[in-house]
Design a protein around this ligand. Structure first.
Ligand code: SF4
Ligand code: SF4
Length: 146
């Protein structure tokens, strides 16, 4: 298994952990997709470097850009990349307890930082639009030994 594959497996494990934590919160998200329209909903979604690597691995090199403040993977109110969505997408709920959500978010960030330290990749925590632009302009993230 090369370094990139190991990172994918680590992110996958973190997402499983996040899903478990969110399940305990039981936030009753009805998956309406309204919060994926960041501009009209007033929501900002941040993502980390390992998540961007994972996402690009899942959707392929042609990552879409964000225009009009809406996630380009939200089609007709549905997430078309649901299994690969970011930790912020998994944790945020408009009906949730923001303090508890923030606590999960902090722990998840800590886990993503550990992945970055373990493999030679820089840790970045950026707005989704900037993250997609990084993937679109730089291609694959450089990973030592990959
Ligand atoms: S990845 Fe999916 S859940 Fe996350 S903002 Fe985009 S459409 Fe919404
Ligand atoms: S968190 Fe709220 S706005 Fe976002 S998809 Fe779920 S129900 Fe809709």
């Amino acid at each position: 298994m090369n370094e990139r594959s190991k990172i994918i497996a680590e992110v996958d494990a973190i997402y499983r952990w996040v899903d478990q934590q969110v399940k305990i919160l039981d936030p009753s998200c009805r998956a309406c997709g309204e919060c994926c329209d960041f501009e009209s909903f007033g929501h900002r979604l941040y993502v980390t470097t390992p998540e961007l690597i994972y996402f690009q691995h899942a959707v392929g090199p042609e990552v879409k850009g964000i225009s009009a403040g809406v996630c380009p993977y939200c089609i007709n109110g549905k997430c078309t990349v649901y299994p690969y969505r970011f930790s912020g997408c998994r944790i945020f709920s408009c009906k949730g307890d923001s303090e508890k959500e923030n606590a999960i978010c902090e722990q998840a960030m800590g886990k993503f930082k550990v992945v970055c330290n373990k493999y030679p990749i820089s840790y970045q925590y950026v707005y989704l639009k900037a993250g997609f632009e990084m993937l679109r302009t730089n291609g694959q993230f450089a990973i030592h030994n990959s």
